[in-house]
Design a protein around this ligand. Structure first.
Ligand code: PMP
Length: 300
């Protein structure tokens, strides 16, 4: 799975700071914190025909992450929502769109790590692109276990959705070398945490399990699946999951804005998907597709 350049995105406009600019001119300063230290937070958001999925939840997580990193001069919710709508309008994007929303600590007066060098407030970037879900949800994906551990609160809390993605990128490089789609990352104790860019679920004997959010991003799609299970009386538990349990599961799937729900076909060359009874996975997938309409903020 390697994304290709989409000609439809050739002339898109991107929101940077206070306004829209053609993608060829869209830039941040070399003094910006995201350049200096990956010092930024972000959200991946999807736009459907029905509107922007779980916009409030994404903005809540963005604000929580920015607060944890003690950003100052954070634009308010109305400003960000208006910037998103203005970007979608300018690009005439009403469906099949992925928004990469980034908030950096902003421009520094000189290079350096100290947040006191940031005296202009945050930089907002709204990058909206035509993009269908990245994974093939019919075929599924193959994954390997990476030796790179997903960090938990003892190092850099995975609950902060920050731009320091290097350990996930290193894991993805391992997956590329192994010629598979994604890397499964373990937590510091050796239990499954998540994939390098999506959350993880398994089904065993008609019960759904997902790792506790100790060393994974508390994904918005992940929570949506937990809620769907609860609403439909499907047993679903958050608990530690070992690799051996994953290998022996009836179905394993990953969740995230970029790929929605994707079955995992193999883990470390142990065949997974399509081997047993996947009716529960299919039911959850269907419930997810049906539920989308109810959780979208309409476009203006
Ligand atoms: N895990 C990681 C590491 C991610 O980067 C993401 C998406 N940004 C997810 C999981 C999925 O989260 P969500 O469902 O909120 O898109």
């Amino acid at each position: 799975m390697l994304q290709k350049f989409n000609e439809a995105n050739k002339d898109i406009y991107v929101w940077v700071g206070n306004g829209l600019i053609h993608r060829d001119e869209a830039k941040v300063s070399v003094f910006d914190s995201v350049v200096q230290g990956g010092d930024a937070v972000w959200e991946g958001i999807r736009v459907y025909r029905e509107g922007i999925l779980k916009l409030d939840e994404h903005l809540n997580r963005l604000f929580d992450s920015a607060k944890a990193l003690a950003f100052r001069g954070i634009p308010d919710r109305t400003f960000i929502v208006d910037a998103i709508h203005a970007t979608l309008q300018k690009n005439k994007m009403y469906q099949d769109t992925h928004i990469r929303l980034t908030l950096t600590r902003g421009k520094k007066i000189t290079s350096g790590m100290d947040p006191r060098l940031n005296q202009e407030g945050c930089t907002l970037i709204v990058l909206a692109e035509w993009k269908k879900p990245v994974y093939d949800n019919q075929k599924g994906i193959d994954v390997i276990t990476s030796h790179i551990r997903r960090n938990g609160p003892q190092f850099l809390d995975s609950k902060i959705h920050h731009n320091n993605l290097l350990n996930n990128i290193l894991a993805k490089i391992q997956a590329n070398i192994a010629n598979v789609d994604a890397a499964l990352m373990l937590d510091d104790r050796g239990f499954a945490a998540e994939l390098n860019g999506t959350n993880l679920f398994m089904i065993k004997n008609y019960v759904v399990y997902t790792p506790r959010a100790v060393a994974c991003l508390p994904g918005i799609t992940r929570q949506h699946i937990i809620d769907i299970c609860q609403d439909n009386e499907i047993p679903c538990f958050e608990r530690d999951i070992s690799l051996t349990e994953l290998y022996a599961a009836d179905s394993v799937f990953c969740t995230g804005t970029m790929g929605e729900l994707t079955p995992i076909r193999s883990i470390d060359q142990r065949e997974m998907a399509f081997k047993g009874d996947h009716s529960l996975f299919q039911q959850i997938h269907q419930l997810f597709n049906i539920s989308l309409k109810g959780f979208c903020t309409p476009l203006v």
